[in-house]
Design a protein around this ligand. Sequence first.
Ligand code: UTP
Length: 276
Amino acid sequence: MKFGLAFWAATIFTSKEINSMPMKVCKAVFPAAGLGTRFLPATKAQPKEMLPIVDKPIIQYGVEEALAAGCDQIEKMLEERKKTDLLKIVHSISDMIHLAYVRQKEALGLGHAVLMARELVGQEAFAVLLADDIIDAQEPCLKQMMRVFEETQCSVVATQIVEGPSISAYGVLDVKPADGRFDGRLFEVNNMVEKPKPEDAPSKLAIIGRYILTPRIFEILASTPHGTGGELQLVYEGRRYDAGDKLGFLKATVELALKRPELGDAFREYLKDLKL
Ligand code: UTP
């Protein structure tokens, strides 16, 4: 994937979901039951969400983002294997968090993991964060999405522009502009294609790991797992790292370390000295 100077992401909402009572998003779901095969053998010993970027486990970046966006209820999809440590980490981040977790007995996919949260979430709009997508943005990504949700009361999904054949690794959106709202960064989504061949990709807008969903998603997941359509999306700014991938993990480590006041200068000097 090509990373540009400016990163764009987008959000989706379903126009049919507008309710008369405005909904607020307080709950955040962190699916964390994936197998982490790209990080074997490390993920034999611990889940990838526990791998540290600089000095914080990956999951902590996501939980801090959710808190900054106003979610104080965190639900986690864990499977049994060595993931109880994650609970301790999440709890230690803030006393303000109400934490619950459900087990996904088998890693049957992200949609299945989200469906496991149905009872805990209830009839509320909720956020889903895939913690291994670390997004460094002036205004936290989820907070930007919350602004769209507050205005539209529709489901919102984050995406970014991906150039070239790497687009085939993502869900890709077929969109039309939504009246220049949100500085022209809002789009209506007509359809989504999962991992298309580059020549079949309907746009350069790839879905990434941040969603605000209305409870209708549970019916859709339970009956038609591939349902998309009738949605909108908004582009926002930020820098994303795929920390579930080795190269993405290294980029996140280097760039976020460079931004640390206590570490940045010394680390920059060290990098300059490397004969690359
Ligand atoms: P990934 O696509 O990154 O899969 O999952 P993975 O298994 O974690 O990692 P690789 O590809 O084998 O290296 C995206 C997110 O969905 C969660 C993962 O924990 C991750 O946060 N997930 C995935 C579940 O919770 N359950 C699943 O069955 C699958």
